[in-house]
Design a protein around this ligand. Sequence first.
Ligand code: SF4
Length: 299
Amino acid sequence: MLNGIHFLLTYTCNFECDHCFLYCSPWSKGTFTISQVTRVLDEARKIGTVEWIFFEGGEPFLFYPLLLESVRRAAERGFKVGIVTNAYGAISEEDAELWLKPLAEAGLSYLAVSNDQYHYGEASETPAMIAHRTAQRLGLDTEPICIEAPEVIQNSNDVDKGQPVVGGGPMFRGRAVEKLADGLPLRPWQDLHECPYEELESPSRVHVDAFGHVQVCQGISIGNMWDVPLSKIITDYQPEAHPVCGPLIRGGPAELSRACGRTPAPGYIDECHLCFLTRKAAIEQYPQALAPRQVYGLE
Ligand code: SF4
């Protein structure tokens, strides 16, 4: 049951992190207008099961007036509202309050701040920490998000017990595949037979972008909400019939690779690594389902 709509309010970001699974950067295009945000919020109401609206990116604070009004309009419609940000503007608690207090007054309930070495190196005091403290003081529910560097650990599963695998760290999709994959241990592609993270049969959340793509995982679109209303896309979604979700549900990235007629390499770091590279290679086969191209690093 769909519980959350996550707006990729913009693909533009002040950072260009190695682990970003959307390939965001200062040059990335694709920002909602306020009328598009409103249209999606009204559609979200029609769905009837959506409780949470998130605004993320990219970096949503880059378009602060749009963000503030979007939070207000979402809260007015009765949604709980969250933001995911790197909090770059929180250079002191007083400054953080300038950004956060109007959002709290507009109806924001939850703030997640990206606070890790990919965003802020080894700095001991970061804007994210300052924003986190300030949000607590303002009475917001708030959490840091910290992505560690990839760590090689011993496999504890019965199959291949003792073999080195990668634990924790970034997801191996998007720019992480290009920047962080080298030298890490690989698993046989046949073992990667289920999607470990997304509920593709009945998503509890979807991401939506300014190009209209409704994504069940970043870069897997189940429809374009500028062509078909979002509420209808959600109602009509038939996961088994979707050319990418169907194989993923039946047998994970390994089955997707077979369904796309690809010959995989012998090994991949994890499920997302095989899934992302298979999808990127198949993008011309399924241009509607594998979109937008820029999250594959292709534009
Ligand atoms: S396996 Fe594919 S669909 Fe599942 S979370 Fe990883 S990238 Fe997304």
